[in-house]
Design a protein around this ligand. Sequence first.
Ligand code: NAI
Ligand code: MG
Length: 352
Amino acid sequence: MRLKIAVLAGDGIGPEVTKQATNILRAVAEMGGHEFTFVEGLIGGTAITETGSPLPTGTLDAALECDAVLLGAVGDNKFNALPPDKRPEAGLLQIRQALGGFANLRPSIAYTALSASSPLRPEVTKDVDILFVRELLGGLYFGAPRWWDRDSNEAINTMRYTRDEVVRVARVAFELAGNRRQKVTSVDKANVLEVSQLWRATVTEVAKDYPSVTLEHQLVDSMAMHIMNIPRNFDVVLTENLFGDILSDEAGVITGSLGMLPSATIGGAVNLYEPVHGSAPDIAGTGKANPLGAILTAAMILRHSANLEQDAKAVEAAVNKVLDAGYRTADIARGQQPGQTPVSTQEMGKLV
Ligand code: NAI
Ligand code: MG
């Protein structure tokens, strides 16, 4: 298997965690006889410092020639005085847009060893393994018209979807569910919103092509409660843009730490993989960053861009094993509990 991966490490802890993620990919390549090549590119604050732009054209061109993009994180307080479209974060928005992925995948997994890190009771989070499939290019965040009229004090955003936009993201959800526990929960507000009625009708139609997958519909408000009460009832959760933004953050609580959460955005020119966390300037350079979110993101590259499901599972199993053995970066350590060994970013990566 050959894979060319653009590595855009970015700012703060971005380079620290992506280094551990690429080490894992190198190890997988070596053990499996795969040929992975890495192309480094600038993004964010480091790109501004070196080139004046948060997303230099060289970075975008290189990314478009790769099979996958691994992005660390962007953001640096020293650029706070710049207008929003010149700041490091603009580079992230630009590359997401340029790559054009429409399906954002966010797993929410309960690690037994970390059950004390979640505010939810262990008996509630036990065995939870949810995969959110969030539509990323439509809905309220992009719909027109959108404006704020400061004279009349009125503002408008538009929730809009076409059938085709729903079909393509629904297919992603059903395909993924086929390799998991064969269940899709589609989230909407069909009792109030026309857009949700279109969503529900379209998802129901797409489901007919996947007879082995069970489809259930949930209204977004009650879904917000179910995720906290009975999270293990869910496998793949399919949502429009805004609902998925909110629910996937809510479900992040199940895993316990921001530093543990991976993501992938697929369906565009090149898939984009990023840990959910930001550049964490408060801990950058201290060796405290948890690299597991980035490492689990690398596992998603193996699964979704290399079709190496067994290798992806092996990486995830290694993460579990290291956690079960008690190794903890600071964000997932809880006091001085017996059986826990504090480790640095680099040590954690090496252990995995
Ligand atoms: P953040 O995610 O960087 O940090 C929030 C808190 O979580 C901090 O206390 C941080 O130390 C901790 N944390 C985050 N990742 C961690 C890890 N891997 N290991 C251990 N602890 C971790 O969010 P914040 O502080 O709101 O933003 C900082 C900068 O990052 C800002 O410039 C923001 O714009 C940017 N940002 C970038 C994102 C991205 O590149 N995808 C996403 C979110 C924020
Ligand atoms: Mg969000």
